[in-house]
Design a binder for this molecule. Structure first.
Ligand code: PGA
Length: 251
């Protein structure tokens, strides 16, 4: 039985002061939640302060990106060592906004995933088709290429530590959610690709989150699907009550 995992991606929102307030409110609602893995991913500047707020709770700290390199002349980048120093456990890699605006390719996402796993950080690896891909009937081809490329050469044993997030780009921040059936279909397809890549046991163990306008209202139906093991939440994660409502839908 896969434990559900709900992660909040705060994106480029919240000053340190605002992030602390949000973290405190989330802590009140979810600090002792054992049944679901809860992760918050504040912006880098607020990571330390949010980590201090949730340090004695069951809430996990995550980051929104990480360099594929160890250290050195990489202006503007953040390394695994820097994240681990702040007790970060999870890291979102290959989010569609990074793929789209910063031209991150599967090659780079793959390098980052390998580095994160090597350093005992848990990657949340994002994949998902754009609207034009879906309309052209290319959803499976696009998602398959991203899964195979982003997860190339990852050993089967690592799949218990990594999380895949299926996020149809057309559903992110748009208020349009994939129906539970549409999402389930792609999740099952992704699990099948993982089985083909590294075997049935790893495919059965890997957790696959849905992301894209997930809210307390649609979360119960999405999370009830057999291959949907959680959510990666953007907008609704900026409000403690909405985020908690989604987590509670996963219980
Ligand atoms: P959204 O974002 O919940 O605001 O659609 C999801 C994401 O981008 O991770």
């Amino acid at each position: 039985m896969r434990k559900k995992i709900i992660a909040g991606n705060w994106k480029m929102n919240k000053t340190v002061g605002e992030a602390v307030e949000l973290a405190k409110a989330i802590k009140l609602e979810l600090g002792d939640c054992k049944e679901v893995d809860v992760v918050v991913c504040p912006p880098f500047t607020a990571t330390k302060a949010v980590g201090d707020v949730i340090s004695e709770t069951l809430i996990n700290l995550g980051a929104q990106n990480m360099s594929s390199e160890d250290d050195g002349a990489y202006t503007g980048e953040i390394s695994h060592t820097m994240l681990k120093e702040l007790f970060v456990r999870y890291v979102i890699l290959g989010h569609s906004e990074r793929r789209e605006y910063y031209k991150e390719t599967d090659f780079w996402v793959n390098k980052k995933v390998k580095k994160a796993l090597e350093k005992n950080l848990r990657p949340i690896v994002c994949v998902g088709e754009k609207l034009e891909d879906r309309e052209a009937g290319n959803t499976e081809a696009v998602v398959e290429a991203q899964v195979r490329g982003s997860l190339a050469d990852i050993p089967a044993a690592a799949y218990t530590d990594l999380v895949i997030a299926y996020e149809p780009v057309w559903a992110i921040g748009t208020g349009k959610t994939a129906t539970a059936e549409q999402a389930q279909e792609v999740h099952a397809f992704i699990r099948g690709i993982v089985a083909d890549m590294v075997g049935a046991e790893a495919a059965d163990a890997v957790r696959i989150q849905y992301g894209g306008s997930m809210k307390p209202g649609n979360a119960p139906e999405l999370l009830a699907q057999p291959d949907i093991d959680g959510g990666l939440i953007g907008g609704a994660a900026l409000d403690a009550a909405s985020f908690a409502g989604i987590v509670k839908a996963g219980l």
